[in-house]
Write a protein that binds this ligand. Sequence first.
Ligand SMILES: Nc1nc2c(ncn2[C@@H]2O[C@H](COP(=O)(O)OP(=O)(O)OP(=O)(O)O)[C@@H](O)[C@H]2O)c(=O)[nH]1
Ligand SMILES: [Mg+2]
Length: 341
Amino acid sequence: MKPDPADLAERVLAGDQLALARLLTLIENERSEGHAAQSILYPHAGNAHLIGITGAPGTGKSTLVNRLAKEFRNTEGSGRGNSPEIDVRVAVVAVDPSSPFTGGAILGDRIRMRDLSGDPGIFIRSMASRGALGGLALTTADVVEVLDAAGYGVILIETVGAGQAEVEIARTAHTTVVIDAPGLGDDVQAIKAGILEIADILVVNKSDLPGADHTLQSLRTALSLGYPSKVQAQSDPSAQAEEPLWESPVLPIVATSGEGIAKLAEAIRNHRAFMEKTGVWRIRDRERVATQMEDLLRNRLAVQFHHRLPEGRYETLFKEVLARKMGPRDAVQRLIEEESG
Ligand SMILES: Nc1nc2c(ncn2[C@@H]2O[C@H](COP(=O)(O)OP(=O)(O)OP(=O)(O)O)[C@@H](O)[C@H]2O)c(=O)[nH]1
Ligand SMILES: [Mg+2]
């Protein structure tokens, strides 16, 4: 039976988690019914605090996200006062493009599921597929948007900060938390990857292990070296000062025991208050929507273009580029001319 978008949307708004899971699967599979339901839900989104959690493989992201979800439930949720207004529901989105190969994240999610399954105020979703046409970043944005509309006030997005795509996903959050851990070798590596620049909050997880102090120190030093240029950019009127200055804290944490998690939750709340006060919240929302629309447009146009090309034409030119008979720019130019001429 074909799912009815209006019915699905209504059930999602009513808090039906099965309907929500079903809708997310439709969206991941790029089904038109899914996107139709998403359109109905869109006006209801825009309230959630999107928090990206990123870091190298094995730094303890999943363990930390698990703890953090519970912390948000306990301090902002039903545990504090009896007012239902502050009963914040938490969603977790685990993005792992490598999961078909490693299987690691899937196991991790099972552990997490069992751990959090007692609380109906927590919803967990693993991004299994890249999406045939949309790409991982676009599909993740869709999933997050639906969770937002479904009333999840805090959305934690776990990505392995290994590639550009994952960094992009983290960047679209309001608050980006970068996780480091001792024993990963060269700490400066993280800085090279541009990870430090996107961190609103830095965490040194596994602070129970030797070398944690060293990691903490080198991150703090690297950050303090980064500050002068940031400050300068802001006092220089000719420079494009996009955002007011926020000093990213560096927090030691032991995710396995929960040590430091309350401080992390507090830092996240502080960052939210800072964004609301300074207008950064709106700036980031704007950037996210701008990127999303631009990506969608590019994607749709490319897909349409490919459909219009004669069978095999693209592949023929691609081979010529590989054989260095023609540059990629010339090949694309030729395709466009052929198609329009
Ligand atoms: N000693 C110590 N081990 C930890 C800590 N936090 C997590 N671990 C362990 O580190 C390993 C990896 O933890 P995960 O939470 O799966 O790490 P992850 O970053 O989500 O891993 P991927 O998703 O595969 O990149 C597990 O064996 C955890 O038990 C910590 O604070 N201290
Ligand atoms: Mg994980």
